[in-house]
Design a protein around this ligand. Structure first.
Ligand SMILES: Nc1ncnc2c1ncn2[C@@H]1O[C@H](COP(=O)(O)OP(=O)(O)OP(=O)(O)O)[C@@H](O)[C@H]1O
Length: 241
């Protein structure tokens, strides 16, 4: 079966400097894959390449067996939440979601559904620029799911969430996958991620580990954090990732 996401020797260089090199891994339906690595490891670059925001220097990143740009109605297949997507901030959250609902061709009631799903219903009439960081994250997730996609690509969605928001995000991601969706999520919050993911990809320009979480932790590491630092410390640059 074709995986939902496949990176195949994906590489990206800027002016001859490789920031991602030979990245290969897959994400299957019903599975949450955590993309981990220190600052500057290339996580956002890989995710941006996956959703067509940049072109790899070599290799490929595909969704549902082909390039992102070949999807007929991308919002119905892939929900994306990452910095720099350029939301209009002078409009209300409801208006913002209405625009995305129309673009995705979803029925009228979908905006209320997603507002409920991300616990933003009481703030629907607020302007986006008045949102706190956590509310902004929830709106980004609502935008990602408005088209009822099969894949979520989430770049550090836990940033700025309070503890109850983080717990809520865990439930949100898990229930998405339990309904058959696939999730690729990046985060620096290792203890939290350990409770959320099925598989992990640890990268620092290239892949240091890609596989089941329990295989990493059963190979001698007591936790994801310990396994992570064992991998990172063994690479150039050593501790303090
Ligand atoms: N447009 C660009 N031009 C040149 N270098 C870039 C560009 N975009 C990213 N980089 C470099 O690529 C490397 C990887 O950046 P990237 O944002 O993918 O890392 P990351 O793993 O997401 O980091 P973080 O955890 O800090 O978000 C960094 O060294 C960054 O400076």
């Amino acid at each position: 079966m074709t995986p939902v996401v496949r990176f195949d020797r994906f590489s990206k260089s800027y002016r001859g400097d490789a920031v991602v090199e030979d990245l290969s891994f897959a994400v299957e339906s019903g599975s949450v894959v955590g993309l981990l690595g220190p600052n500057g490891a290339g996580k956002s670059t890989a995710m941006r390449g996956l959703v067509g925001l940049l072109h790899p220097t070599s290799g490929t990143a595909s969704v549902f067996g082909g390039p992102f740009h070949a999807l007929a109605n991308p919002a119905r297949r892939v929900g994306v939440h990452m910095d720099g997507l350029g939301f209009e901030t002078g409009i209300t959250a409801r208006r913002h979601l209405e625009i995305y609902r129309l673009a995705a061709g979803m029925p009228r009631g979908r905006v209320d559904e997603v507002l409920e799903q991300v616990d933003l219903a009481p703030h629907a009439s607020k302007r986006v620029k008045q949102f706190s960081t956590g509310m902004w994250q929830r709106l980004g997730l609502a935008t990602a799911v408005i088209g009822d996609p099969e894949l979520l690509v989430l770049d550090e969605p836990a940033n700025g969430l309070d503890p109850s928001g983080i717990r809520w995000l865990r439930g949100f991601v898990r229930s998405f996958a339990d309904r058959g969706g696939a999730v690729l999520i990046s985060s620096h919050q290792l203890a939290e991620l350990e409770q959320t993911v099925d598989e992990v990809v640890v990268m620092r320009r290239s892949v240091l580990y890609a596989g089941r979480l329990e295989e990493l932790t059963s190979a001698g590491a007591a936790s994801l954090e310990e396994g992570y630092f064992d991998l990172i410390d063994a690479t150039e640059g050593g501790r303090r990732a």
